[in-house]
Design a protein. Sequence first.
Length: 273
Amino acid sequence: MTPEGDSNENVIRILFLGDVMGEPGRKTVAALLPSLKEELGADFVVVNGENIAGGRGITPKLAIGLMRAGAAVVTTGDHVWDQKEILPWFAEEPRLLRPLNYPSGAPGRGSIVLETKKGKVGVINVQGRTFMKMLLDNPFETILPVVEEIRRETSVIFVDMHAETTSEKAALAHFLDGRVSAVVGTHTHVQTADERILPNGTAFLTDAGMCGPVHSCIGMDVTAAIARFTTLLPSENYGAHGPAKLCGVLVEVEIASGRALRIERVQRMGPDN
């Protein structure tokens, strides 16, 4: 990717960070994001923060911390309501998104358009349904009207698809190919190696990965996870600690058309590792 300092006003670089997991994840993002944004020449940053509160949900204070570190928009997923204090805050902070396809009446919103130095950028947060605990409205039906509405303002649209299965994420990406700039998956906490640009110009990655502890079971304590699998008994599941890694993706988009020009996975070890 072209480093910061390139004056090409025809291209915008969007940096997206995968699920921030607990204290190790949020400390790593706070430490690395400001310099990483400069290193990669990112014009706009989106961060998934649904696991930032010890692996379960997000609070206003922690969302503000992500924004102070450089996130323009914070997305979420199936753990969005785990911390009850976040519910009223959705009315105050439009840059914190919940999945678009929650039923009407749910607090907050699932999309936003923000102005940048290079023009407007739209962000959509949507959640899959396959193997998810809570069945939401059909994301394929829900997202299209919102995409068309945003396209009246800008061609640059980034989608966080929070889903369990690779097939549902890929299907949505192909469904939106040519309509949005990028579809990047979250939720599984494991970065995939299938980044590509689809035939009509939409960048896709099945999962951006996790910003969280390396020696863990998708961010949770290893001993607790093993106990659950070996005994099949209910047991406390809590976040792991130790060395952490930042995972995400950088997408380069042609502003006029909204077509992705490049997509590149990003990984950085935390400063204390």
